[in-house]
Design a protein around this ligand. Structure first.
Ligand SMILES: Cc1cc2nc3c(=O)[nH]c(=O)nc-3n(C[C@H](O)[C@H](O)[C@H](O)COP(=O)(O)OP(=O)(O)OC[C@H]3O[C@@H](n4cnc5c(N)ncnc54)[C@H](O)[C@@H]3O)c2cc1C
Length: 478
């Protein structure tokens, strides 16, 4: 039997944030149990042929004042500081701001700047872009949208948006233009793993209203709205920094199978993935930084709020493919290789394009690189089965087909293709989920309670700031 004052189950961003919070409180006697060989969860770093690349999350928007916990983390990492009370990036932090050109779209046979289809779209489309931008501004005036969501409680306006799908809301509001809808669907799949017919209208609007707004052509670009931080290994850069001070308190290859609250403490069973041996841990308290569907299986007995939240959760599977190229791809007409490169296809096509791992390199001569290609599969459970059953060759061929039109030379220059399958990558903000009372109940465990819950699922959708803030709260409260 092994002992620690506090146990953390799960080593994603939330679990690592909880560990950092314990460290800040001077609590050293803790252990973090993570089933994989490396921590980071969806924000893990990878490498192909020696070149760093993301295995999942690849960027963090520069946090605003709604996310002071994330600002403090970046300060600790040397990337930010406070000047007369206001937080801003330091000179070192600015080096990690995504360089230009940031985004391009392969549309009608050529690359255009930005992801909103603009080349030769008609006046009706442009009018809908303008109108939707105004609708987002109006939504911002009606209610506060913030990341993390827990900082701005849901008001009636958000509740009513959360009751219907984004698709229904768009139809009701007259936003029917196919290019506008393609772009909105792309944004939902990119952030939420499912399209506008699956996510709530709250989620669809939150995407724009909480951060950078919606910019119709000619308006200010996202680059002027604080920008995004990125690294060759994606957000794995941050999770590796979070894990670095933990030493032997980090117990990887440990599959938590049972978390039991007893009168005197918490008992946790885990399996050592290398040896297959069962281990028993006892602790005074435990932070459950696991996805809801797993937490509901291992916490015994699962509290009613956990059962209800897990039942309401819908998860999107994702596929991440890292392609090592021995030399740069040929230039095609239009905008140059950017950080984020998206191919325009039909609504619901699943592919989300690729990011270039060498984008932040200052070398004047482009050379070998890794392209990280993303694909999200929505909420239909059959998609998960399909992702599970298909072979590597199937996904390789799918990738080459997806990128063939803009990059016919890719197959000849690729030296290695690695795939990463996530069966339950992220909770999708389907109608009613983000405002579900059970999520609020799980966040409201009183200070000092034996179990604290921490995971991005508690926000109803998954981004770094949500995961980190839940982990920090739990680490401070346990
Ligand atoms: C492909 C992809 C791309 C993304 N891109 C971005 C992005 O660019 N920017 C962004 O902000 N967000 C992005 N996200 C969202 C991302 O999920 C969050 O940023 C964040 O990493 C979530 O952290 P978490 O701790 O809440 O969850 P998780 O990452 O799910 O962490 C949970 C951890 O628990 C572990 N675990 C599970 N079961 C057990 C068990 N039984 N025992 C022990 N350990 C267990 C898991 O292995 C995992 O490490 C992306 C997600 C995916 C899938």
């Amino acid at each position: 039997m092994r002992q620690a004052r506090v146990l953390i189950a799960g080593g994603g961003v939330a679990g690592l944030a909880a560990a950092r919070a314990l460290r800040l409180r001077g609590i050293d006697d803790f252990a973090l149990l993570e089933l994989e060989d490396h921590v980071g969860g969806n924000s893990r770093a990878g490498a192909v042929n020696g070149l760093a690349c993301p295995l999942g999350a690849h960027y963090l928007p520069v946090p605003d004042d709604a996310a002071p916990e994330v600002q403090d983390l970046l300060t600790e990492l040397g990337l930010g500081h406070r000047v007369t009370g206001r937080w801003r990036l330091s000179a070192q932090g600015e080096q990690h701001l995504c360089h230009s050109p940031q985004e391009r779209l392969y549309f009608r046979g050529q690359w255009q700047e930005g992801l909103l289809p603009v080349n030769d779209v008609g006046p009706q489309t442009l009018a809908q872009y303008q109108g939707f931008a105004q609708a987002v501004t109006q939504a911002q005036a009606q209610a506060a949208f913030a990341v993390p969501v827990s900082k701005r409680p849901f008001r009636q306006y958000q509740q009513s948006l959360d009751a219907i799908t984004f698709d229904v809301w768009l139809n009701q509001s007259g936003w029917t233009d196919p290019y506008l809808r393609w772009y909105l669907d792309y944004c939902c799949r990119d952030d939420y793993g499912a399209g506008l017919d699956a996510v709530s209208a709250w989620a669809g609007i939150h995407y724009f209203a909480s951060r950078h707004g919606f910019h119709a052509p000619g308006a200010a670009t996202m680059e002027r709205d604080g920008g995004v931080l990125t690294w060759p290994e994606g957000n794995g850069w941050i999770t590796q920094k979070l894990a670095a001070p933990m030493g032997p308190r980090l117990q990887t290859g440990r599959i938590v199978t049972r978390i039991d609250v007893l009168k005197a403490g918490v008992e946790v069973d885990a399996i050592d993935a290398d040896t297959g041996q069962a281990e028993r841990w006892v602790a005074e308290r435990c932070i459950v930084a696991l996805p809801l569907f797993i937490a509901a299986r291992v916490v015994r007995p699962a509290p009613p709020a956990l059962q209800a939240a897990a039942q309401a959760a819908r998860y999107a599977p994702w596929l991440v493919t890292n392609v090592h190229l021995r030399e740069p791809l040929d230039d095609r007409p239009g905008a140059p290789l950017s950080w984020d490169n998206v191919i325009h296809a039909g609504q619901g096509a699943g592919q989300l394009g690729y990011v270039n791992a060498m984008h932040q390199s200052l070398s004047p001569v482009p050379g070998a690189t890794v392209l990280t290609h993303y694909r999200a599969f929505g909420i239909h459970p059959a998609q998960r089965q399909w992702l599970y059953e298909q072979t590597w060759a199937h996904w390789r061929d799918g990738l080459l087909a997806d990128l063939h039109a803009p990059h016919p030379d890719l197959a000849g220059k690729a030296t290695r293709i690695d795939i990463m399958r996530y069966g339950h990558a992220m909770a999708v903000p389907v109608p009613g989920f983000a405002s579900h009372a059970a999520l609020a109940a799980l966040q409201a465990s009183p200070k000092g309670q034996r179990l604290q819950f921490a995971h991005s699922d508690l926000s109803g959708y998954s981004v770094f700031e949500e995961a980190f803030t839940h982990g920090h709260r739990a680490g401070m409260a346990v």
